[in-house]
Design a protein around this ligand. Sequence first.
Ligand SMILES: Cc1cc2nc3c(=O)[nH]c(=O)nc-3n(C[C@H](O)[C@H](O)[C@H](O)COP(=O)(O)OP(=O)(O)OC[C@H]3O[C@@H](n4cnc5c(N)ncnc54)[C@H](O)[C@@H]3O)c2cc1C
Length: 637
Amino acid sequence: MTTLKVAVPQEKYHQELISCQMACPVHTDARGYVRAIAEGRFEEAYLIARGPNPFASICGRICGAPCEVACRRGQIPRLDDDGNFVAWDRPVSIRALKRFACEQAGIDTNPTDTVLENIRSYVPQIAGNIEEMSAFLQASIAGKLIKANQEKIAIIGAGPAGLSAAHDLALMGFSPTVFEIEPVAAGMLAVGVPAYRLPRELIAREVALIQALGVEIRCNTTVGKDISFADLRRDFAAVLIAVGAKSSRGLSLPGEAGPRVYGGVDLLRAVSLGESLDLGQDVIVIGGGNVAYDVARTVLRQIAYDTARTAKRLMTVSQVWLVSLESLEEMPADTVEILEGDEEGIIRMNGWGPLEIKRGNNGEVKGVTFKRCLQVYDENKRFAPIFDEKIQQTISCDTVLLAVGQYPNLSFLKDGGKDVAENRPGWPKADPETLATTAPGVFVAGDLAHGTRLLIEAVASGKKAARSIYQYVTGRSLTVESTTAHIVQERYRREAGYETIRRAEIPVIEAEERLKHPETVVETGYNRQQAMCEASRCLDCGVTPVFDGNRCVLCGGCADVCPTQCLKLVSLSQLDLSPDLQSAINESLGNDSNLDENTAILKDEDRCIRCALCAMRCPADAITMERVTFSNLWRSQ
Ligand SMILES: Cc1cc2nc3c(=O)[nH]c(=O)nc-3n(C[C@H](O)[C@H](O)[C@H](O)COP(=O)(O)OP(=O)(O)OC[C@H]3O[C@@H](n4cnc5c(N)ncnc54)[C@H](O)[C@@H]3O)c2cc1C
């Protein structure tokens, strides 16, 4: 007889079930705000989202949303009437719901003072959130976090990492000053991400809220030119380097050096700041990731906009190519970028690697020669392209944009930072736990610390650095006090038919409309009714049926009524007795229990949709729906 392999829930079992929260680098309680939206509690939804994340409103627009990748709804099979597999369901549209919550009650539409007051007075109703904003405030109110003494902390770079660190440091009682080269704060969000995805006004509002907490931002100030790194180390109690990776990588191709070949992020920066850049009409963008799409779609808008404004250029002679090594299936860009890029008229070429940039007699760009790429990754998923050099083609163009990665510029370390060691050329070495570099009092965060990743990872890393700086400067250790509570849900009911509702596509404007003005925002977002309906798809993984073995009469009604067939009654002798299962059996039945005479109820967590039908059906009241919540409070010692 084959035995069934089962797992006995371990300590972190309930936390891990809330996969959206676990997947978020700052552990936002996505389930919490999505359920709040479903129930019409929009202000609370915003406060839950804003709690651990100073960039909640911006994340609502552009977050890479690891929560959605982890959402259990996307792992539920859709079955036909005969119980046959049709397709996997799709995750809850968490990011767009966050945007909705922020538009209802966040800085998107409300004055800074009002929002700040709401945040300050917010005490989570359900302690289900690892809410550091509230937690820091509550901890200091409760006397558990001894505030710093307004010591001055220097932060280089006003990107999401630097500003998130500054935000938390201000809450902890420090005096953070952020130095920023650009005339605007927010790093790549302001000078990289195009305005058609992220309105500039929204960035300004998000930054204003951070400033209102006591963060000073000095724009137009380059560390290494206007102020030296040595000065910062002398005048500040600690220094955080959060300068990102702003320099475009080149490919060292023949013909690359010279006019009209630019780095993709340099183009985005110029457009964001309204600086002029000499662009032609036939543009090739090299790269296959999201940045390449931002570049290509931005150029398309520049050309279309100029056409509309000056009527000097015709759409038919203006084209933007996007050429990637990867096949369509392998491209790292998000599917939505590829689809919207196709809709807008980007000419996509997959499976080609650049060989040479052709220039004319006067040095003008004439085209790019590509060779066929047969394979990009090896069997270990490592980047190891293989080409067929014999298959080549040249595409005519007058401008080339390279979107093949970025690297940092740490030249300011020359003066006062020689003790910051590198772990690979150009990248600093840092302890992954503390983000401390090899130089005393110098920390790193964001893209500089972990390589180019998502905005929310930069936020998480800035917050981590803030905690390390607190410990370094005050000499006190900082620990988290966690409490778990199980709250019985007496009248737990779900929205009728929630299990069959399909994911609502995020509304966008038509491709033609998008191109009329470079800053027209593509996504229009959900309205109230769409948001509440989409939010009701959430499986509410924080709630779970709990079975009381002493009451159960083994009638099997729970398994019969379960719509996803996730419950099963089996004899204990059918189970594969792993050591932890054996000790669980011993604990509940004693060491000499007869396995054949005892029954277990097995639950397939991947399938459970928290409908509560099992609890309603149980004639012995042996099943209760329980909400498991966690709260984390910082304590300094
Ligand atoms: C084009 C583009 C689009 C992106 N889109 C998304 C997206 O849609 N979703 C997502 O999740 N992530 C996205 N990302 C990634 C995200 O923007 C980054 O991961 C994030 O901005 C990194 O934050 P950071 O604070 O580490 O660095 P940055 O945002 O790069 O900020 C660093 C700051 O330091 C400043 N600085 C540098 N040197 C100095 C100096 N010497 N003195 C003073 N200041 C200095 C820079 O000017 C900059 O403002 C995108 C990135 C790019 C490039």
